[in-house]
Write a protein that binds this ligand. Sequence first.
Ligand code: HMG
Ligand code: MG
Length: 284
Amino acid sequence: MAPDVTLFEVGPRDGLQSRGEMVTTADKIELVDTLSRTGLRKIEATSFVAPRWVPQMADAPEVMAGISRMPGVTYAALTPNLKGLERALAAGCDEVAIFAAASEGFSRANLNCSIAGSFERFAPVLDRAKASGTPVRGYLSTVIACPYDGPTAPEDVARWTRRLLEAGCYEVSLGDTIGAGTEETLNALLDRLLEEVGADRLAGHFHDTSGRATDLVSLSLDRGLRTFDASIGGLGGCPYAPGAPGNVDTRRVLEVIEAHGLTHGVDMRALESAETVVRAIGAV
Ligand code: HMG
Ligand code: MG
């Protein structure tokens, strides 16, 4: 039986992308392989972005080629443009993700274009992914606040969420990129979003900058969300969001899910092995 809540493990991508010291391809492969044995069913293994922008992800094809695929696990990757998608398909990714922002400042810093311009780039990605039968997830960053533009209006988040879903994304992951969210601002955002989007098409992606991420997961569960992004050992951050630390720690999200009396299907003991790999890499 499928668990009540789906965890999207983003540690190998969001966790490692902004590390100053290069993590070896072998270490990345070991991390993904260990995560594959935990019961997690969605693993974002890498990203097919421009290596000049994010050098740490330059070995994406080698990571995908080196991992041992566990049946039942979806191996996903970020693809900002058609070139990224072609590389991801060649590498055998099961699923890809496009990523937009709800604020212009972050869109320019992260993607070198306006929000509208990013959607022009996504159109051929979605067409090609559809033709190849590859599911596309949508990320929307800075849903609470932007490091460049300040607070984000829920109305803007609603507009770009709608656009991502209409464009063909099966769900939108709401990124609190700099961990600015409070229960009040998240509630206001969900009040607006849930007017027009089902909770089953939304996921929570909380960076733990202010130590409130688990409270926001808990609130989101109360509001009906059942998919959360998390990072093993809490590692990570975005290279274009200064000061943004890791995604909320996978273990802590699992504990919140259990506290709500819901199932997640992850073996906590096996998770320890993945945490050990993270520590050995020196990533936390
Ligand atoms: P650009 O410089 O405008 O792109 O960057 P371009 O088309 O002019 O290409 C520049 C060079 O990159 C060219 O190479 C391209 O071939 C190459 P050159 O001819 O100069 O040698 N190139 C690529 N190479 C490999 N794979 C590709 C690719 N695309 C271009 N896919 C671009 C535009 C979108 C490419 C760039 O801005 C980029 O890669 N951005 C990605 C930034 C990133 O990865 N950020 C972190 C992930 S998002 C995140 O962390 C937030 C999230 O976690 C949610 C949240 O927390 O809010 C998801
Ligand atoms: Mg992130």
